[in-house]
Design a protein around this ligand. Structure first.
Ligand code: AMP
Ligand code: MN
Ligand code: MN
Ligand code: MN
Length: 286
């Protein structure tokens, strides 16, 4: 039953905009979040803080709290991990330089993806994906290739593009060297932020490696993991809740929203964190 006095503040700490691979502008994202009942939102674009200033203004106008964030691409043990930084100062020089170094690699990887797709019989995908990325080479993502393949009828939808061609181990997957785990966490901390392991259920790691990764994340200064996320199935929440409690990590919650038609979970429309967990926002909530 709805009880205004008891309603928990609705935090959503993982969302994307057109500044990386999202479909809504920062302003459109914030306006949507205000409509879906979010009280405090983080924008966490891949490897860039470009959208934060606009999102902050939009949040102010919409009367919701804003947490500046970023989602950093990391290579660890042959797997790509994503580390979310929350409460970062986007002007911090270590973070600025670190993110720029990652973005520098995106276009070279994109050319190799396009070559692989051409070999598979799909020409013109570099130009096509680039057009969908606002002609910004530094933000070119597999999501833009997936959208181009879907828009040109090569696949049924973007998910099919990942499942058939772009996902890890598929024929147009190009291994790439992103940041190290240690560096990503240190850039976030140098910017005054809290490092959060994004969607831990999405990584293809055997239990021993997973344990090793969590230990290394913690040793590097990582403090929280996402438990309730649009990138986990609800039946996975209990697993990551247990991991957070066992390893002494704070817990985070976020939709990992990319846009209408692509993300099943809208901002803020997620289960609450279990009360046994320490929310990552206990850090900055008074
Ligand atoms: P990139 O950083 O260019 O490798 O693109 C990664 C992005 O592609 C992720 O943030 C997701 O938005 C999307 N993505 C990656 N893997 C998948 C997948 N298996 N299914 C759907 N989307 C995916
Ligand atoms: Mn993404
Ligand atoms: Mn991610
Ligand atoms: Mn994300």
């Amino acid at each position: 039953m709805f009880s205004p006095g008891l309603r928990l503040k609705n935090y959503d700490l993982h969302n994307h905009s057109t500044c990386s691979d999202g479909l809504l502008s920062p302003t459109q994202l914030i306006e949507l979040a205000a409509r879906t009942g979010v009280d405090a939102i983080a924008l966490t674009d891949h490897d860039t803080t470009d959208g934060l200033a606009e999102a902050e203004r939009a949040a102010h106008a919409a009367g919701i709290e804003f947490i500046p964030g970023v989602e950093i691409s990391v290579s660890w043990g042959g797997t790509t991990l994503h580390i979310v930084g929350l409460g970062v100062d986007a002007r911090a020089p270590e973070l600025v330089a670190g993110l720029a170094s990652i973005r520098d690699g995106r276009f070279g990887r994109a050319r190799k993806i396009a070559q692989a797709l051409e070999t598979l019989g799909f020409p013109g995908t570099l130009e096509g994906a680039l057009g969908l990325a606002g002609n910004n080479e530094a933000k070119l993502s597999r999501a833009h290739f997936a959208r181009y393949l879907a828009a040109t009828g090569r696949v049924r939808d973007t998910q099919a593009a990942f499942d058939k061609y772009l996902g890890q181990g598929k024929p147009a997957y190009i291994a790439h060297r992103w940041a190290s785990l240690e560096n990503a966490v240190s850039w976030i901390r140098a910017a005054g932020g809290t490092a959060v392991l994004a969607h831990p259920g999405r990584y293809d790691l055997k239990p021993m490696m997973r344990h090793e990764m969590l230990k290394e994340f913690r040793a590097s200064g990582g403090e929280a993991i996402e438990v309730v996320t649009g990138s986990h199935r609800p039946e996975e929440y209990a697993t990551w809740q247990r991991v957070a409690l066992e390893h002494g990590f704070m817990a985070s919650r976020g939709a990992d929203y990319h846009g209408p038609g692509e993300s099943a979970c809208e901002p803020g429309r997620l289960a609450e964190l279990h009360p046994s967990l320490t929310p990552v926002w206990s850090r900055w909530a008074h």
